[in-house]
Design a protein around this ligand. Structure first.
Ligand code: 1HN
Length: 348
């Protein structure tokens, strides 16, 4: 164990200066900060963003920033522990809330970061991904995988607001983030084709057994069906066990995007439950009902559309505030990234 490594001040000033002048540094004074013992240095704070704070300011952005001047009209949820300007909810996860108004279009582009939308409110919004028009209904999860064309539109009335989650901090952090603009896509397939082909878990188009035409066969996960699945699972899950569903690629049964994972949790009436402590970071978002999320012993009372950052290695206890109604949560995490890197750990 070495907690007494040499400090910069222990070195002759001229020696240190000469190292700096040739763009080098000694490792030993910095080693413990980049490689601490037993638990990572966690800059991510367990903060909560209240929808009641964000919503009026997002609507104001609708007046202040015309869509042509914004491209995407978004307020970014920035973790103060990571520096607001870095636009990170956790070290790897970007979260924003996006507003589109009736008749507006957010132009077509594709980029290296992976993205998803989770719809918070409004009717008539849609996203076109790879030529497929995907309706946006409250609670729907819509994928825009890396490299796929996507654009948004709004054919209804009133504001449409959704949560964006991207692996932007990761992709930007490896100098790999860029986008390409394109002209508006021709919508050349029946609306929601993927939801007709991959209608239900456990049954997939027969041809999928021989070859996948795309690594992302299912682009939209309707909340209506996820909610029903949560209710069914709740009915057969022992008391004290978490009612937790993963969104997966229906052809592989594995995670549906390369770096980010998505899941839905139902807290039954009166239920209090602990999440398993693990290496991944996460963002929790209220979908239905209200409760308390205690992250590393700090309690956050959450309601619908409130969003909470969960640092790596955190202790998380979730409880439903109601004894009568279920509470539902949507979770984004970077567990797929950890698994790919061979660093995924569950501690209990
Ligand atoms: C993006 O492409 C969207 O397509 C939203 O709606 C937010 C934040 C950073 C980089 C790309 C979108 C984004 C983004």
């Amino acid at each position: 164990m070495s907690n007494q490594l040499g400090r910069v001040e222990d070195l002759p000033a001229d020696y240190y200066q000469s190292l700096v002048s040739m763009n080098t540094l000694p490792l030993w004074p910095a080693l413990r900060s980049v490689l601490p013992y037993d638990i990572p240095a966690r800059r991510t704070q367990p903060v909560m963003w209240r929808y009641s704070d964000i919503r009026p300011n997002l609507l104001r952005a609708g007046e202040l920033a015309p869509i042509e001047k914004a491209e995407r009209r978004v307020l970014v949820l920035c973790n103060p522990g990571l520096g607001l300007q870095n636009m990170q909810a956790t070290a790897s996860i970007y979260i924003g809330m996006q507003l589109i108004l009736p008749g507006e279009t957010a132009p077509n582009h594709r980029h290296t970061p992976s993205a998803v939308r989770f719809v918070i409110e409004g009717q008539g919004g849609f996203t076109v991904v790879s030529g497929e028009k995907l309706p946006m209904e409250k609670g729907d999860l819509i994928l825009t995988p890396p490299g796929l064309w996507h654009e948004h539109g709004h054919a209804g009335k009133g504001p449409v607001i959704w949560l964006d989650a991207l692996d932007l901090p990761l992709i930007y952090g490896i100098d790999a983030s860029y986008c390409i603009e394109g002209k508006s896509q021709a919508v050349d397939q029946a609306q929601g084709k993927c939801n007709a082909e991959f209608r239900q878990g456990g049954v997939i188009p027969y041809r999928s057994l021989d070859s996948s035409s795309t690594p992302y066969p299912l682009l939209r996960f309707p909340w209506r069906e996820v909610r029903q699945s949560l209710l069914a699972l709740a009915g057969v899950t022992a008391k004290g066990e978490l009612v937790h569903l993963a969104y997966v690629n229906p052809e592989t049964g594995r995670e549906c995007l390369p770096t980010l994972g998505f899941s839905a949790i139902m807290l039954r009436p009166g239920e209090e439950t602990r999440l398993r402590k693990r290496s991944a970071s996460a963002v929790i978002h209220g979908v239905e009902g209200a409760g308390i999320a205690t992250i590393d012993h700090v309690a956050h009372a959450f309601g619908e559309a409130d969003t909470i950052a969960v640092p790596t290695h955190a202790e998380v206890v979730l409880s439903n505030a109601s004894g009568k109604e279920p509470a539902c949560l949507f979770m984004v995490d970077d567990a797929p990234l950890h698994r790919k890197l061979g660093i995924y750990e569950v501690f209990d």
